[in-house]
Design a binder for this molecule. Structure first.
Ligand code: DAH
Length: 459
């Protein structure tokens, strides 16, 4: 779930009646308007934002703002949040025995491009910035793609140990583990030389040969220069090794706290633009290695941007849905948005330590329909047509009854040169059986709206 970024969800399982209304009411023209045309300005949380050619956020996606599933009493995501927060409260205490970490779990998800990318040294041409991957309000504002977006503002405000928890928004495929809105927790810990080398006075955080003024915080080094998995040029090896040791110790502690002391885990070297060196922690679960978090030693340029010159820091980010799906045995990411009492009543924060396994309320059947169309002449996938645009359109029309969409066939006509695509759409309602007639109607709406929105020709 990392920058290699990933995943999740919306307000679909609104409850039966609302859902029916939604199914019946989003006609193709309206869906097209919602996904491809925008008003001149958007009003979000009481602020007005002019739209522009970058705007791609839909009303459906915006409807997730403020739902705060991670704060909803007894919700599985809220339980996971509390487990992580409590672990950090226990792992780090000050001399008076009070928790060292502070928690920010209600920051607005509407952030600037500077917060989400520039401040974190994400190169200007990095894939994660693309319009096809994020929900942009306009060219300067987007719904955060990760909770890491708040690092610089919080450090600038004087914080040195903090957790940020909230929902993030990413355009992605649709399947049982991916939803366009999901939740993350991100943490930062900064330490000074005196603290880090308490027992080894005389050691230094920074190389003697490195002059702080040489690093121009405005100059973003190309990522190829930040791949050295040993350390950043400015840091001493001792400082990095001690931080790495502390970070890994704490994160393995968190993993064992969540999954039990016998969980099998491994560290995998990786790359993030904002940390160096960087790692992912994987756990062995149901015969597979599953990545659970990303972390690393924070790039010193980020601390400099935030006005901190004499500390070294580590940071990590973790996706909550993935943890919750494993810990509660929840099979489908859409369930986290369900308001169905049959789902919600199964969890309670009375006992945070003993997490119950989810019992499927019932299993309603799937319906699968294919949709094939010709793209307009000279248009190809990722050159004039983005599959994520199609997924958003389908979601806008059908809502959460779309369980999965996959591109099952693609070919180019030898004579006309036109590209044909076939998407398989799997429909399933979480709370009742869908009839084939009902599915056909929704499917037809998606087809009509695709013709409207992308100028395709249904086959
Ligand atoms: N932001 C990353 C993601 O969403 C996760 C991450 C990795 C967060 C490393 C961090 C970090 O704070 O240090 O994929």
């Amino acid at each position: 779930m990392l920058l290699t970024l990933r995943v999740p969800r919306s307000r679909l399982c609104l409850g039966r009646q609302q859902h029916r209304r939604l199914l019946a009411s989003t006609a193709p023209e309206e869906a097209k308007r919602q996904t491809t045309q925008h008003p001149l300005q958007l009003e979000i949380n009481g602020n007005t934002y002019p739209t522009d050619s970058w705007t791609n956020v839909t009303p459906k996606i915006l409807s997730h703002l403020g739902l705060n599933k991670h704060l909803q009493r007894d919700h599985p995501l809220s339980i996971i949040r509390q487990r992580i927060v409590n672990y950090f409260y226990g792992a780090y205490r000050n001399q008076r025995g009070n928790p060292l970490f502070s928690v920010y779990d209600q920051l607005s998800p509407l952030v600037t491009v500077q917060q989400n990318f520039d401040n974190l040294l994400i190169p200007i041409d990095h894939v994660s910035r693309q319009k096809s991957d994020c929900y942009y309000v306009n060219r300067e504002h987007l719904l955060r793609a990760h909770t890491t977006a708040h690092q610089v503002e919080l450090i600038s405000g004087g914080l040195d140990n903090f957790l940020v928890v909230g929902e993030v928004y990413r355009r992605d495929e649709i399947d049982s583990t991916h939803y366009p809105v999901f939740h993350q927790a991100d943490a930062v810990r900064l330490v000074t030389k005196d603290k880090l080398f308490e027992r080894n006075p005389g050691l230094e955080l920074f190389e003697e040969t490195w002059s702080g003024s040489l690093a121009d915080p405005k100059r973003i080094l190309p990522s190829s220069k930040c791949m050295d998995q040993t350390k950043q040029p400015c840091h001493t090896l001792e400082a990095v090794k001690l931080m790495e040791h502390e970070m890994k110790h704490v994160l393995v502690g968190l993993t064992k706290d969540l999954f039990g002391p016998r969980i099998k885990y491994r560290w995998v070297d990786t790359y993030f633009p904002f940390t160096q060196p960087s790692w992912e922690l994987e756990i062995y679960f149901k015969d597979n290695w599953l990545e659970v978090l990303g972390c690393g030693i924070m790039r010193h340029e980020i601390l400099q941007k935030a006005g901190v010159h004499q500390s070294i820091g580590y940071a990590f980010g973790v996706g909550l849905e993935r943890l919750a799906m494993i810990l509660f045995d929840i099979p489908d990411i859409r369930l986290f948005w369900s308001n169905d009492s049959g789902f919600l009543s199964q969890f309670s924060e009375e006992d945070l330590q003993n997490l119950p396994k989810y019992k499927p309320i019932s299993h309603y059947p799937q319906c699968s329909n294919d949709l094939s169309f010709w793209l307009p002449a000279n248009v190809e996938i990722d050159a004039g047509f983005s599959a994520n645009d199609f997924y958003d359109l389908a979601r806008t029309i059908a809502g959460d009854v779309v369980e999965q969409i996959s591109l099952v066939d693609k070919f180019k006509h030898p004579k006309t040169g036109k590209t044909s695509l076939c998407f398989r759409i799997v429909y399933r309602h979480m709370e009742r059986t869908l009839t084939q007639a009902e599915v056909n109607e929704i499917h037809k709406h998606i087809a009509d709206a695709s013709v409207e929105a992308f100028n395709v020709q249904i086959r």
